[in-house]
Design a protein around this ligand. Structure first.
Ligand code: SF4
Length: 451
């Protein structure tokens, strides 16, 4: 094969800093270090690996943009042909497979391009040096189909996590509007606008009938999906005459009535009063996600002004804990967005301060059986914080994985439900590495207390 020219960014310093972090946290697999770095920095693709005829799942923009660049500034090929996720494995370090959600960034030091070995195929390069072989997310068997009103199923019910999870964003906007209310790291409303400006089919509201019709087709054609997430923006007043609870719970009720137990039902809504949460549990939802986003009290006020004003931090926390009367505590899984606590001008200025805050949150919840999880922040330029901030340091993100695993094992919490397998080489959760670094229970028992 002749010499291939690659348009790679970055230099040896990218490798030096990555290897230094990997050495500092030597108890964590290097795969998790690469994955966190790809999530925080985004990745880029050579046009030649994004063939229109390629059989793989394209990026569906399932809720936020999760890109480091607005759509209008992306080239036509990546804008349309970028995959939803990639899986990296092998390479010079013989990496175990890990799945990474695609966050497009033309300036990333990570480039997916044609590989240099004789077998062909794609590889991912960091500053021009091979990290590992790459495969693209497989196409779910129902992609390409439409509901009877002509809506593509990929718009109604995209699959992520390598096909494990159906992602049902049934309200693609949020009623926390503008700088004074929106969570400052979130681009849901601006992403909706940019999708519409691109003239994509991207509906604010997904009618119940359409979702149910899509699930009928999926149920018939797709065996891989094992869970669904019902989610969308907050509803502070009403949406089409319904409260947040009335709006979201009707989907759960209909799905569980028609397909009882077929999938593990998960719902992301605000921390709601107990009577509302009871309706979620009674509908058959198994996992409740009242996302607290950030732990520190001052930062919560500044970064989640809408949640702070409408519910308030201490009430939010009380409601999370109260919901354990209705769900198994480990099935109450509030998310936090890892990295926003280091964004300026408000955030912590050292990793140690941020870890301390995270560790306090993890022990507070896990000691009561609640199982927080995190996603790795993508500083989207259409969000308030993402306009002026890059990502948190790789050292912060990898250190957080260590704190997370230690808290998880110390508090003896069961594996999260609805996330697929835990463990290196098995995890499919693609927007952080927390599932990759959790050890299977058999290894935990053997190693318990040794750290
Ligand atoms: S509640 Fe916050 S994070 Fe959730 S959609 Fe609204 S603005 Fe975004």
């Amino acid at each position: 094969m002749g010499e291939l020219k690659r348009q790679s960014h970055g230099d040896q310093s990218d490798w030096d800093s990555l290897l230094a972090v990997s050495e500092e946290f030597g108890e964590l697999p290097v795969e998790a270090v690469f994955k966190e770095d790809m999530l925080r920095q985004g990745i880029w693709f050579a046009d030649r690996v994004l063939a229109p005829e390629g059989d793989y799942a394209r990026k569906s923009y399932f809720i936020f943009s999760f890109d480091r660049t607005p759509l209008k500034d992306l080239g036509e090929t990546p804008k349309v042909q970028a995959p939803e996720e990639i899986r990296v494995e092998g390479g010079p370090r013989d990496l175990a497979p890990f799945v990474v959600s695609v966050r497009l960034n033309p300036n990333s030091p990570y480039l997916v391009d044609v590989g240099s070995d004789a077998e062909g195929g794609c590889e991912i390069f960091l500053a021009g040096q091979t990290v590992g072989h790459v495969s693209f997310a497989p196409t779910p068997s129902y992609y390409g189909r439409e509901t009877s009103d002509g809506t593509p199923l990929v718009e109604v019910a995209p699959s992520i996590e390598w096909g494990y999870l159906l992602y049902l964003t049934v309200f693609r906007m949020c009623q926390y509007f503008g700088r004074g209310e929106e969570c400052q790291f979130c681009d849901i409303n601006n992403n909706f606008r940019q999708q519409r400006e691109e003239e994509r089919i991207y509906n604010a509201v997904k009618p119940l009938d359409r979702v149910m019709e899509a699930l009928e087709i999926i149920e018939e054609k797709e065996n891989r999906s094992l869970a669904y997430t019902l989610t969308g923006g907050s509803i502070t007043s009403d949406l089409l005459g319904e409260t947040e609870m009335d709006y979201y719970v009707k989907y759960a009720e209909a799905i569980e009535k028609r397909f009882p137990g077929r999938w593990i039902g998960k719902m992301v809504v605000q921390a709601l009063p107990l009577d509302d949460v009871r309706r979620i549990a009674e509908a058959g939802i198994r996992v409740y996600h009242p996302n607290y986003e950030i732990w520190d009290a001052d930062l919560f006020e500044k970064l989640c002004p809408g949640k702070a004003r409408y519910v308030g931090r201490s009430e939010w926390i009380d409601r999370i804990l109260a919901s354990t009367d209705l769900f198994d505590p480990y099935c109450v899984i509030p998310n936090f967005v890892a990295g926003i606590e280091m964004a300026q001008p408000y955030g912590f200025t050292t990793e140690e301060q941020a870890w301390e805050s995270n560790a306090e949150a993890l022990d507070f919840f896990m000691s009561q059986g609640v199982l927080p999880r995190f996603t790795t922040w993508c500083p989207e330029p259409l969000s308030v914080l993402g306009q002026d901030n890059g990502p948190a340091s790789l050292r912060y993100h990898v250190g957080l994985l260590k704190f997370y695993r230690e808290a998880f094992e110390r508090n003896n919490v069961p594996d999260p439900l609805g996330y697929g397998d835990v463990g290196l080489g098995r995890a499919v959760f693609s927007v952080s590495s927390f599932m990759d670094v959790l050890r299977p229970e058999s290894e935990r028992v053997q190693k318990g207390g040794s750290e």
